[in-house]
Design a protein around this ligand. Structure first.
Ligand code: SF4
Length: 259
């Protein structure tokens, strides 16, 4: 459990490792547990007491969690936390765009090109179309979204075009809170297996991210060259019946040395 004086501003809680997709860049490890609802309650309370402002429920796919995700979101709200959910968008409940329990949706988009986006997800065709549908529905309902993009070999050349698309989407709906640009990391069940065809040199990541920053987009763009290290964000999950924390621990699970 986090000590109050080291509690992060933003807490990412991995509810479970399981997912119904198989993305080639997935950094999730299979060897942690689905978090017990009672442990999650205690974690949320400790985070709120310690000063955390935002909780992001992630996974795996959080809508596959055995507990009641919306009840957990209600509990987080009672504790004064802003609630975000990072989801692949495939298992959302009916009427998701009107749910009051979720303040912000974090959705993935890798490219404006459906072929490139879908090719980065093994055995999942038409995911791109589904993401566009989710974004449109959330936009029409005036719900906030954060977009996340993993920069890898197939999609980095089209990053500025994707930025133009997100700017146009935001122009219609005014609902993009931020866009996170993650550098592909050779970690987890996807990343370790797909390093060769996905990894890009740090300089290529820097160039592509800089080009996006120079677009002066009307929402915040975050460079996340190392997704597990941030001064304000930390990560929580359950292993051997205990809640663990720490981006350092996650990053140490694989060799992340630059190519
Ligand atoms: S990156 Fe893909 S496979 Fe991994 S948790 Fe997210 S949606 Fe599932």
């Amino acid at each position: 459990m986090p000590a109050p004086d080291t509690t992060p501003t933003v807490a990412v809680v991995f509810l479970l490792p399981a997912c119904n997709m198989d993305c080639s860049f997935c950094v999730t490890e299979d060897d942690f547990e689905s978090i017990d609802p009672s442990r999650l309650d205690a974690l949320l309370a400790a985070l709120a007491i310690g000063g955390t402002r935002t909780v992001i429920f992630g996974g795996g796919e959080p809508f596959l969690w055995k507990g009641d995700l919306l009840a957990a979101a209600d509990r987080a709200h009672e504790l004064g936390l802003l609630v975000q959910v990072g989801t692949n968008g495939t298992r959302l409940p009916d009427g998701f765009e009107t749910l009051g329990q979720i303040d912000r949706w974090v959705l993935p988009i890798e490219s404006t090109d459906p072929t490139i986006h879908d090719s980065m997800r093994v055995h999942r065709s038409s995911h791109h179309a589904r993401i566009l549908d989710r974004l449109e529905r959330l936009g029409r309902a005036r719900r906030e979204v954060t977009l996340s993009t993993v920069l890898a070999q197939p999609n980095t050349p089209g990053l500025v075009e994707l930025g133009r698309w997100i700017r146009a989407y935001h122009g219609r709906h005014r609902n993009v809170h931020a866009w996170h640009l993650y550098r592909f990391l050779p970690l987890g069940r996807g990343g370790t297996r797909h390093r060769e065809e996905l990894e890009i040199p740090p300089a290529d990541y820097d160039r592509a991210a800089q080009a996006v920053l120079e677009m002066d987009l009307p929402f915040r763009v975050f460079r996340r060259s190392d997704m597990y290290h941030s001064a304000t964000v930390d990560f929580f999950w359950q292993e051997n019946g205990r809640i663990l924390r720490g981006g350092d621990t996650l990053a140490q699970r694989a060799d992340t040395s630059p190519i």
